[in-house]
Design a protein around this ligand. Sequence first.
Ligand code: UFG
Length: 337
Amino acid sequence: MRVLVTGGAGYIGSHTLVELLGQGHQACVVDSFLNGSPRALDRVRELTNGGLEVHEGDVRDTAFLTRVAIAFRPEAVIHFAGLKAVGDSGARPVEYYDVNVGGTLSLLRAMEASDCGRIIFSSSATVYGEPVYLPYDEAHPLKPTSVYGQTKLMAEILLTDWAKARPEASVMLLRYFNPVGAHASGRIGEDPRGVPDNLMPFLAQVATGQRDRLRVFGNDYPTPDGTGIRDYIHVVDLARAHVAALGRAEAVTGAEVYNIGTGRGYSVMEMLAAFSRAVGRDLPHEIMPRRQGDIAEMQADCAKAAGVLGWRAQYDIDDMAGSLWGWQSANPTGYDG
Ligand code: UFG
């Protein structure tokens, strides 16, 4: 299929491009390079020998997107482009709503202009908010606790209403849990700007000596070792979920939602131990107070993705840790090194 990929130069976007091109799909990337690097796309080309068209621009620029879409005539769109820092979203709500909700509206206009009716959307488990029960299934109440989460939920609502109005449309909403790891080649991976907010990229920089120690945010949660539990998913598994969703979008119409995780939770201390094993030495850490807004625990119920998409995560915690170290040790300062 011809697939238009917004945010293709980012962490999840670049890994998804490798899987798409590897399956024989054609891709056209739109990226502002605000949080992604053109070098990630050079590496995707190198890994796949795939033809990759790239256009630099902002998803809010409807005229630009429409020009690209009319020329490329996508049969489907995968929409990654967006802002994603939970803490930052509370401080810059206008920017977050503009990019994440306004950007999605702009994309839908470009899709209508180019007669494209299929979209896979990069949503997040954060739309569920405080767990009413665990694991979260797709029917769990939706009550995000951050501006970021609200923007993802609003985009989901917008896309669902769009599908209702267009009987030929198909919308796949993928709610990601915690993506980690990197491509096995070590050529592409996560390259955060500034101080990483997330556990694994921070830990990766402790291992290379760019940060002195991991700060563990709280060890007094009601979990076996007291640290927070998350459903970490290997980014290559996550990338493959998009390819599976693309196949589903070709076969059915309407809006569907899927949790994309492993169904298994690991604590901060378990992730630290796994990454220390991958690096081959103990990494320094310090217990700190809880981080505001964090919950104790979350995992996905992934039965729907397995049953309907035929997709399941294949990689385990050591694959996640080992591939992350493969990327970070070869590219200690990311793509700019
Ligand atoms: N943590 C630390 N030290 C750090 C960073 C994180 O101890 O330096 C802990 C957190 O307290 C939490 C766990 O590691 O217990 C995971 O934290 P992350 O920041 O890596 O991930 P979150 O679960 O907070 O959030 C991530 C994304 C969100 C997304 C959410 C969905 O950042 O965008 O997963 O589940 F919405």
